[in-house]
Design a protein around this ligand. Structure first.
Ligand code: MRU
Length: 367
């Protein structure tokens, strides 16, 4: 999307690759909305760390980062011995896979890259194929988000008030975003609507990233405290909810997304408000049989006990908020059951969550 920094507007992708430097280029999301900076990782270990430390975050963005990271690691190998190369690629794969556990996109992305690489007969061929496959994954991510926008925009009417949780915008993908795609497409069609962004503690992706994105695009929005949505729904101030997903189970239609999503889905059901989840196809896990099996990331307690912000003098600082001596439990994600979800907005159309399995062919997963 276009970003205006100090009066200059440029188009950026959240994740890109510098072939000459063999470096993954990432927007440093921890600095937003106060500073806009693009960093380059020097090797696959730095790329994995950028995922763990949330320099880059969001299902599609970490999927593309893992795909490029795999290509980066493969391209760094020196020599012609295919067996040694395969052992090296295995290490790169597992390092990137374990960077964050809940989102399935990194695994799906790297499996795609590896499948393409396997058709190469030499180390050199496989290295070239790895980069081509990573580029293809990133381009598909953008195409899928565009398609999600086309289908999802039909659900938004002028005058609507839409709630979203966390950031499933272009910063969480390579471009455009999943939950935001219908909003950007509806805006392009001239519709006027208002978005409530859950602040999304503890990392505040809604207050920092989604709000920044919507402001950049000139979409009317307000940040609300995480616990305000019930009140707004009860008073008729929310017409629909659109969120993203880090892993959607193709067999059951359950959706793992940022902690607090489940609560919003329960509230939406109680108030008869449609609750949509927007996903590219790389977010679907076709194998897992139950939402209880989804690995839920537990992050450091410091995220709950305090917050990062910017001082009056422009310095980025962490402040402790909670009682000194108290600890915290910090689960990053929760799982929303299918019956609370009105529809899944996919690149191929809007489906009931339990319809996904029967639509594998239409979605391109069986021949
Ligand atoms: C990219 S879709 C998932 C997002 O909607 C978002 O809710 C999310 O859970 C991302 O989590 P994050 O921990 O910021 O990587």
């Amino acid at each position: 999307m276009n970003v205006t920094v100090r009066g200059r507007t440029n188009h950026y992708r959240t994740v890109a690759f510098d072939t000459a430097k063999n470096s993954v280029l990432l927007i440093e999301q921890r600095l937003l909305p106060h500073q806009f900076e693009v960093i380059g990782t020097r090797d696959f270990k730095e790329t994995a760390k950028a995922i763990t430390d949330m320099i880059v975050r969001g299902a599609g963005a970490i999927g593309a980062t893992a795909a490029y990271g795999l290509a980066q690691g493969a391209r760094a190998f020196r020599g012609k011995d295919l067996k040694k190369f395969e052992r090296h690629v295995e290490i790169v794969y597992h390092t990137l896979k374990s960077a964050r556990p809940t989102a399935v996109d990194p695994v799906n992305a790297m499996n795609d890259v590896r499948a393409t690489m396997n058709s190469g007969e030499t180390v050199e061929e496989q290295q070239a194929l790895a980069l081509a496959a990573a580029e293809e994954f990133a381009n598909h991510d953008v195409q899928h988000c565009e398609e999600i926008g086309k289908h999802g925009a039909k659900l938004i009417r002028s005058g609507m008030k839409v709630l979203t949780h966390c950031n499933a915008g272009w910063l969480a993908f390579v471009d455009i975003g999943s939950a935001t795609a219908p909003m950007y497409a509806a805006q392009a069609e001239g519709k006027k609507f208002h978005v409530f962004c859950d602040e999304t503690r503890p990392r505040s992706q809604g207050a920092t990233l989604t709000a920044w994105e919507l402001a950049q695009q000139g979409i009317s929005h307000q940040i609300i405290a995480d616990n305000a949505a019930g009140h707004l729904m009860q008073r008729g101030h929310i017409d629909m909810v659109i969120v993203g997903s880090d892993r959607t189970l193709g067999r059951t239609g359950e959706v793992a997304n940022k902690i607090g999503t489940y609560t919003k889905a329960v509230l939406a059901k109680r108030h008869g408000i449609p609750f949509y989840v927007a996903i590219p196809l790389s977010t679907i896990d076709w194998d897992m049989k139950s939402g209880f099996d989804i690995p839920i990331e537990e992050r450091h307690e410091s995220e709950v006990l305090g917050a990062w912000g910017i001082t009056g003098k422009g310095k980025r600082e962490y402040v402790r908020v909670a009682n000194p001596g108290s600890g915290a439990f910090n689960a990053g994600f929760d799982v929303t059951p299918a019956e609370l979800i009105t529809g899944i907005i996919t690149p191929a159309g809007v489906f009931k969550p339990k319809e996904l399995w029967g639509r594998r062919k239409q979605l391109g997963f069986i021949g």
